[in-house]
Ligand binder design. Structure first.
Ligand SMILES: [Mg+2]
Length: 243
């Protein structure tokens, strides 16, 4: 039974556009140039900091302080409604992503039970240690935790490996590109917006307790054992089989 829902931050709860545009201004390039380079970096599976190396060799964003602290205005419009709906469903809610500390002000007034970050834990996704710490913070068994994220590499695959319920949201640059990869079908749920999540989790509660594959028992097919039922819960998005 899912008792806790934990959200990634970038492009899951918040729209990163404002901050990336600020970086384009800082680097002295048009925003569309930065976004094009970001897309190439994502497609190659490289770290997003590679964008800075390409656009300004020798530029170190860490030296001037990476201004990627989100504000309430960056939240996607569906974020607050989703969190309140999950709260009404009696679920515990957490926020944990590869982020610096200090996102709490952006979440003020929202029903969030705990907030953590890679900066606080000193470990980044996709490290298994990140998800181990997440389960400890949530005080829940991995199989009781649904982790929602926009990336196959940093969210879906490591959450599955940790034995959690993996929820893929297809939005943001990673989301649209990773949705084309066949492995995304391994996510327990695939959604297009957070507005779909409360109902999707309600439906999932009926099936997931009997079909989640523990991380210590990988399925023979390499896919999660509940593929058929999961397909019933699919909430749109490109069919990877067509990719
Ligand atoms: Mg993200």
């Amino acid at each position: 039974m899912i008792t806790t829902v934990v959200f990634d931050v970038g492009e899951t709860l918040v729209d990163e556009s404002r901050l990336w545009r600020r970086w384009a201004d800082r680097l002295g390039v048009p925003a569309h140039v930065l976004f094009a380079v970001l897309g190439a970096v994502i497609e190659r599976g490289e770290h997003h900091r590679r964008v800075f190396e390409i656009l300004r060799p020798g530029f170190d964003p860490a030296r001037i302080g990476f201004p990627d602290v989100f504000e309430a205005c960056d939240l996607y419009p569906d974020a607050a409604l989703c969190l309140h709906a999950l709260d009404r469903q009696g679920l515990r809610i957490g926020v944990a992503g590869n982020q610096p500390e200090g996102i709490e002000p952006a979440l003020e007034g929202l029903p969030v039970d705990f907030v953590a970050s890679s900066a606080r834990w000193k470990v980044e996704k996709p490290s298994p240690l990140f998800f181990q710490k997440l389960a400890e913070e949530a005080q829940a068994a991995p199989g009781e935790i649904a982790y929602v994220g926009d990336r196959l590499d940093n969210d879906i695959l490591p959450a599955l490996e940790a034995g959690m319920i993996a929820v893929f949201i297809r939005r943001g640059p990673w989301g649209y590109l990773h949705a084309r990869r066949p492995e995304i079908a391994r996510a327990h749920l695939r959604i297009e917006s957070l507005g779909e999540l409360p109902e999707a989790l309600t439906v999932a509660q009926a099936f997931l307790p009997v079909c989640v594959t523990p991380p210590s028992e990988p399925s023979n097919t390499g896919r999660n054992a509940c593929a058929t039922r999961r397909d019933l819960m699919h909430r749109g998005g490109d069919d990877p089989a067509d990719a």
